[in-house]
Write a protein that binds this ligand. Structure first.
Ligand code: MN3
Length: 256
């Protein structure tokens, strides 16, 4: 990871990496470039701040200014969410990776392998989720909001009946997540259908192999400063900045 977080990867590289979402991204946790290539991701190493020299992740900057999503999402929440909360997942992920390396090397406490495995899943998923979350939003009217176009719209209409029916399902699922979690529009690549999934914490309730496309963080830290307990209003605000052009590109790469 460099000081600049610039998504200038060539189209061919992005295409080559296209395929798996969070599951594939987590395969990069081994640090083996060959595994990254075999389990491709729509995220590039720089998107996750992967530093193959230090074998650590570094927090990438927000892909836009913290106030870019106002008035729908406020700058203070965006700043704290990214600089404090997302940063903590990156730190926890690196700590888990180091602890597991130490256990393999014989210098760590092997009795804690379940603890560190849970930490790896929680913080690793937290890092991937937040990375997808920032990229999945854009300023309203400049990519954010509106209705998706193209193949993703056709698939949504096939799998949910209409965009309106999808949106009602997605918003209800997001609003109803029990405690802290996420809601995702996700791709099930075997039956080749879109699903709406709830996720508890950072990783629970996923289906193995299913690829998250576009999701909303419904942890209270994502909305409490501006919306307090009114999660449904926050979900509405998210819809106004949902980056459908990005989601459409992500979906089309999955079909390739
Ligand atoms: Mn969060």
């Amino acid at each position: 990871m460099t000081t600049n977080h610039i998504r200038t990867g060539s189209i061919s590289r992005r295409d080559a990496l296209a395929g798996i979402g969070a599951v594939g991204a987590l395969s990069a946790l081994t640090g083996a470039e060959s595994l990254v290539a075999r389990a491709p991701s729509l995220l590039e190493p720089d998107d996750l701040g992967w530093n193959e020299t230090t074998l650590e992740y570094e927090l990438p900057p927000l892909p836009y200014a913290p106030e870019a999503l106002e008035p729908h999402l406020d700058a203070q929440t965006m700043t704290i969410h990214h600089d404090k909360h997302h940063a903590a997942y990156v730190k926890g992920l690196n700590a888990a990776l180091k602890a597991l390396r130490d256990i393999r090397a014989g210098s760590g406490d092997a009795a804690l392998i379940s603890h560190w495995s849970r930490q790896l899943s929680f913080h690793g998923s937290g890092h991937v989720n937040h990375t997808l979350f920032w990229l999945g939003m854009a300023p309203a009217g400049k990519g954010g909001g509106g209705i998706p176009q193209g193949k993703i719209l056709a698939q949504i209409e096939r799998d949910f009946g209409s965009f309106e029916q999808f949106l009602a399902h997605f918003k209800a699922a997001a609003t109803a997540v029990e405690g802290s979690g996420w809601a995702w529009l996700a791709w099930e690549p075997v039956a080749r259908q879109l699903l709406v999934l709830q996720m508890e914490n950072q990783q629970k309730l996923l289906i193995t192999g299913v690829i998250p496309i576009l999701g909303i963080d419904v942890w209270e830290h994502a909305y409490y400063l501006k919306f307090q307990n009114r999660r449904a209003e926050y979900v509405d605000a998210f819809v106004n900045v949902a980056n459908w052009p990005w989601a459409a590109k992500r979906f089309e790469a999955l079909l390739a």
